[in-house]
Unconditional design. Sequence first.
Length: 221
Amino acid sequence: MSQAKAGSRRYLSIDLLSASGRALLGCGNESNCQRLAVQLTLDPAVRSLRFVATLPVAGEQIDVGMLVAEHDDGLIAYDIVDERTHRDIDTEGMLLIALDQHNISLRAVDTASICAQPLAYHCERIWEHRAIDIDRRLRARIERALERDRLSVRELGHAVGERNITPIVCNLICKRVLCTDLATFPDRDAWVARRSDLLVESSSLNRKTAKSTRLKLGARK
């Protein structure tokens, strides 16, 4: 992690990807904030997720009260516009300054976008299985089966000898062990992969893209 990103974590926040943080989300449908937090928790592209209460600016704590997710291209704060209190010009200005100083982009979302189907329904279906118990040996077999490549849910069930594999996969997605295409899961033809493998692949691609960009910029000089 870069030094700039490390510095951006020095604020009052709650890590929602920890076991205790995920427990705070409850059923995940009590509010738009909780619905969105669940969706971001399950999203393969999200590397970290926090609820940020305040950010420091010039010795003061500026109210934020937003979910902040880390993607490959940086940090994004999600402003749920129809669930927050009104901000006057001064408050809005200080918020934008705080986000800018901590290298956080702002994205406006609302009930319609958070509850858009089929994503919202798929995430609710997955989240329902967050608390089931999974035998350690079965979890190990699942991870071994996915060592070489991603598999469909159906293929994974055959590989580990488990007919009712979908609830187990859901639980491991909630625990961020596995990941999937949320637009198609829990269809049994949807792909499943180990999250760690997907992140390595994504990071490698980003490094190659950054290198290619530098070379192109250099060639113009």
